[in-house]
Design a protein around this ligand. Structure first.
Ligand SMILES: NC(=O)c1ccc[n+]([C@@H]2O[C@H](COP(=O)([O-])OP(=O)(O)OC[C@H]3O[C@@H](n4cnc5c(N)ncnc54)[C@H](O)[C@@H]3O)[C@@H](O)[C@H]2O)c1
Length: 500
């Protein structure tokens, strides 16, 4: 099959009841394996709070077997010509595109995120495979001048077995996209999917596992025990996480024993800043988009703290409330017209509801939402109405902690120095969104904000090729760009004596 011809079905043509993958096991060494413990855990459709299947729960014995399979496959994969590796990755990208709707439906069922949005996740994963396949030849070394009697050069070599551990909010996008850079650089990969939503990772293994030589791509479902075993396994040469700050710290601590390098993409408590000269209509639109209400705010990059200048504050609060209610109505994720899903499980639902209660108790003004929707058919699912609090101050709990839910906090500001003191007070620094018509204000604000990824007069979008990652405790390292490829290589220097 050509690597570029797509045979994808037409949107809306797949029956959601048919998409759940047939396997439940662990994929490593090119084959399916039952978990050593025989343990399978139920997985839910959070929109219905109903079980949709079960998945193997990998433990340390499974991790050991998967890592050994990846280690055995490493020498041949590493020696394979880069363009041949790239061709295999492009074939995998095409298969993902062809199955985008099916994969989107699996994630919709298993996470409650609307299918209309999840379809782009499958395409983003495919684009990442294509992107890193396209830059394999750029993994270059350099020559260092040493005089006529010496040749000194560097080589960029892969690391070996790389373990990647991911979060639940975009299960397929993370499992599919995050294998790309390490594989392109010549490493083999053991991927651990997020335990609340393992099904699309299993389907990915069914679809593209066999495209790679056995052991090159290995996919495990499991929880903390599986993740921990990966962090301490001696044959794992780098460990990466997309997840929360506490998990990032735990991984760094346990990786320290074997001095494994880490790449961490962690939480956010991101600021959107509205200056007095901002285009109010565009800002309000950006404010609502930036919250990612579609997937119930469960996004590390959500701009969940909005700092709006006093001169436009009331207008923006009123506009954001109206626009949010017009655009986002909670509904079933498998319905193509749904504009907002639910949160992942009871634990997350309870946590968010607790934050909402604290907002009310600590004196913030609830503008919209704050409760489970009354809509018929949603009673059993983990739905929360899009919620906006106004008149939040920087000391409140909802102002300081990542909620990872559909809760927007709005602050009023007048003095720019005080503004940045409040914006930068939190220990997280992933994204920021700045709204102004003035170039000088925009670039000054971009410099003052302590965040790794800044939008000016925009929000929410990612750009493949542009480094994404956090300042402060939001992470270590950068992804979605050429630097991510370099993260999975190491430098060797070679010095040749030309006058022996
Ligand atoms: N920066 C980013 O790119 C990005 C993207 C998406 C989500 N996130 C963050 O992820 C969090 C939400 O996701 P979550 O609830 O799945 O996060 P989490 O930290 O609970 O879990 C993330 C992954 O780590 C695993 N894990 C948990 N404890 C572990 C341990 N001790 N050792 C090894 N692995 C362990 C989990 O099984 C899961 O696969 C939020 O904080 C969010 O901001 C960050």
């Amino acid at each position: 099959m050509s690597s570029t011809v797509s045979t994808a079905p037409k949107k809306g043509s797949i029956d959601p009841a048919t998409v759940i993958p047939t396997h439940r096991d662990l994929f490593y060494g090119g084959e399916w394996h039952a978990p050593a413990s025989g343990r399978y855990v139920p997985t839910l459709n959070p929109g219905l709070n109903r079980q949709v299947g079960e998945a193997a729960d990998a433990d340390a014995a499974d991790v050991d077997a998967a890592v050994k399979a990846a280690h055995a496959a490493y020498p041949a994969w590493r020696r394979m010509k880069p363009m041949e590796r790239a061709a295999i990755m492009r074939r995998a990208a095409t298969v993902l595109r062809d199955h985008a709707e099916e994969l989107a439906l699996i994630d919709a069922i298993n996470t409650g995120n609307p299918v209309s949005e999840m379809i782009s996740d499958a395409n983003i994963a495919a684009a990442s495979l294509d992107y890193f396949a396209g830059v394999v030849m750029e993994l270059k070394g350099s020559t260092i001048p040493m005089g006529d009697d010496r040749l000194n050069y560097t080589l960029r070599e892969p690391l070996g077995v790389v373990a990647r551990i991911v979060a639940y909010n975009h299960p397929f996008m993370f499992v599919g996209a995050k294998i790309a850079a390490p594989l392109a650089a010549g490493n083999t990969v053991v991927m651990k999917s997020a335990e609340p939503a393992p099904l699309s990772g299993i389907r990915l293994a069914e679809l593209i596992g066999p495209i790679f030589p056995p052991g090159v791509l290995n996919i495990l479902s499991g929880g903390k025990e599986c993740g921990q075993a990966l962090t301490v396994h001696p044959l794992v040469k780098k460990i990466t996480l997309i997840g929360s700050v506490p998990t990032g710290k735990a991984i760094m601590r346990s990786a320290a024993d074997s001095l494994k390098p880490v790449l961490l993409e962690l939480g956010g408590k991101n600021a959107l800043i509205g200056f007095p000269d901002a285009d109010v209509k565009a800002l309000t639109d950006g404010l609502v988009r930036g919250m990612n209400f579609t997937w119930a705010g469960q996004s590390c990059g959500s701009t969940s703290r909005a700092f709006i200048h006093a001169s436009i504050y009331d207008q923006v609060v009123e506009g954001a409330a109206r626009l949010t209610c017009e655009r986002h109505k909670p509904g079933m994720a498998t319905d193509w017209s749904t504009t907002m899903g639910c949160v992942i499980n009871q634990t997350q639902y309870d946590k968010i509801m607790k934050y909402i209660l604290s907002g009310k108790e600590e004196g913030a003004r609830l503008v919209i939402g704050g409760k489970h929707p009354d809509t018929e058919g949603l009673a059993d699912g983990f739905f929360i109405e899009p919620t906006i609090f106004a008149d939040v101050n920087a000391d409140m709990t909802i102002a300081r902690e990542e909620i990872f839910g559909p809760v927007l906090s709005m602050f009023k500001w007048e003095d720019e120095d005080e503004l940045f003191e409040m914006v930068n007070r939190v220990e997280l620094g992933l994204t920021a969104s700045i709204w102004t018509r003035d170039l000088v204000t925009a670039h000054r604000a971009a410099q003052r904000v302590e965040a790794g990824y800044v939008w000016i007069n925009d929000t929410s979008k990612h750009f493949l090729g542009a480094p994404f990652g956090g300042y402060k405790q939001s992470g270590i390292g950068r992804e979605e760009c050429f630097e991510e490829l370099l993260e999975f290589s190491q430098i060797k220097n070679v010095n040749v004596n030309l006058a022996p």
